[in-house]
Design a protein around this ligand. Structure first.
Ligand SMILES: CC(C)(COP(=O)(O)OP(=O)(O)OC[C@H]1O[C@@H](n2cnc3c(N)ncnc32)[C@H](O)[C@@H]1OP(=O)(O)O)[C@@H](O)C(=O)NCCC(=O)NCCS
Length: 148
């Protein structure tokens, strides 16, 4: 499913599999949720606590089956992750993505779901391919007020 999106390099596809292997081996730093149509897996999200932080989590991966994108599955997965993190007192979700043109729909997906673009590291992934960091404050502004 990850490979079929056409967005990820082979090494990224391999990393996605490794994260699942680690979770299945009992590493609870990586949490997974799947979306199913009947018995078919049609999407999943992977997240976990960000090492060295208090109440910050990374959304490591979110993917929806290519043929089912745009039908609300990603929104449901993201809402599930946010609710799960809120339930354990997480304050902040961090998402890393790419500045590439083919990631424009992905960036729009995050932005329309309340994620704010917090940082860009030029050329991080490759020449001309920047790292874009998005944040969502699960405290609904308390975090920002505390920081200022
Ligand atoms: C990004 C992704 C997880 C969103 O899931 P989804 O089920 O397609 O999204 P939804 O149907 O819930 O929401 C559709 C919204 O996402 C946006 N979107 C992003 N990618 C899209 C796609 N390939 N097809 C349709 N809509 C897409 C649309 O602009 C739409 O925005 P709007 O509702 O605010 O107008 C999914 O499209 C995907 O797997 N993309 C490829 C992998 C990827 O980019 N993963 C994230 C890496 S950081």
């Amino acid at each position: 499913m990850v490979a079929a999106t056409g967005l990820f390099r082979p090494d990224e596809v391999a990393t996605a599999g490794e994260l699942l292997d680690e979770a299945l081996a009992g590493d609870d730093e990586y949490r997974f949720v799947g979306a199913y149509a009947g018995e078919d897996l049609v999407g999943y999200a992977c997240w976990g606590p960000t090492p060295g932080t208090v109440g910050t989590a990374d959304l490591y991966w979110i993917v929806v089956d290519r043929d089912r994108q745009g039908s609300g599955i990603g929104t449901q997965l993201l809402a599930y992750v946010e609710a799960a993190l809120s339930a354990v007192g997480c304050r902040l979700i961090v998402v890393e993505t790419s500045s590439r043109v083919d990631y424009a729909p992905t960036r729009a997906f995050y932005e329309r779901r309340g994620y704010t673009r917090a940082a860009t590291i030029p050329g991080y992934y490759a020449p001309g391919d920047d790292l874009v960091v998005y944040l969502k404050d699960l405290t609904h502004g308390v975090l920002a007020r505390t920081a200022s």
